[in-house]
Ligand binder design. Structure first.
Ligand code: C5J
Length: 224
């Protein structure tokens, strides 16, 4: 496969070659998407996030058909919480804090049921799975070296939440020189106004952080 053009992307055409691109699925974990997890413990309505699962599944299927690299991230801390600064654990008044025992095991802790990716989007053998202690996917992970070693220059983002882990990861990627695209209907926030603001911010000023396109255009282009 050679260069693909998404003419409907904003703020202008996004070009990529699947051979040097990765699909990145950010934090589609039970802890954010199902009742009883971290997202719900902060008082959020998780149904908004559940709604994008079928779209992300279609994107995964289309990308898998190209044989391209897929990266899944999970926001998940070590069992002793040595990688969770007190500033993160103690801020605010959630009903359950990171590391506390909840209905799906300890909140945002590696290996617990809640930290698993939802069943519909489970990583396939050979796909990269990164546990990250931060909001951004490059902080305290070896992901940049892994992507460089595979010749990846372009990243297509999906996942949750748009303005927190997705946007942070996309900004980190942009600073590292990756050409970044966010799939509008493949990302969601607990707060619709924050999603809209994020899409506007990243595409402003001539794609200062990156591009936005919808899943139908990407899936159609991959299938041609
Ligand atoms: C949050 C995330 N929202 N995955 N994490 O705390 O966006």
């Amino acid at each position: 496969m050679s260069t693909i053009e998404l003419a409907g992307a904003r703020p202008f055409t996004y070009r990529f070659d699947p051979a040097t691109s990765a699909l990145v699925v950010i934090d589609m974990q039970r802890d954010f998407i199902e009742p009883g997890g971290f997202g719900a413990s902060l008082g959020n309505d998780v149904t908004r996030l559940q709604a994008i699962v079928p779209t992300v599944r279609r994107l995964l299927d289309a990308w898998r058909a190209t044989g391209g690299l897929i990266v899944h991230t999970r926001e998940a801390h070590a069992r002793d919480l040595s990688d969770c600064p007190p500033s993160k654990r103690l801020r605010g008044t959630p009903s359950l804090r990171i590391g506390d025992a909840g209905p799906m095991g300890r909140i945002l802790v590696t290996g617990e049921p809640g930290s698993q990716i939802v069943a519909e989007l489970a990583p396939a053998p050979g796909e990269v799975v990164i546990d990250k202690p931060g909001k951004g996917m490059f902080h305290a992970t070896g992901l940049d070296s892994l992507l460089h070693a595979q010749g990846i220059t372009h990243l297509v983002f999906t996942g949750v939440t748009t303005e927190v882990c997705v946007q942070t990861s996309m900004r980190e990627a942009n600073d590292r020189g990756y050409e970044c695209l966010l799939i509008e209907d493949g990302t969601e926030s607990y707060f619709p106004e924050f999603k809209a603001a994020t899409l506007a911010m990243i595409t402003a000023q001539g794609a200062i952080v990156g591009w936005v396109a919808d899943s139908a255009e990407l899936i159609g282009a991959l299938a041609r």
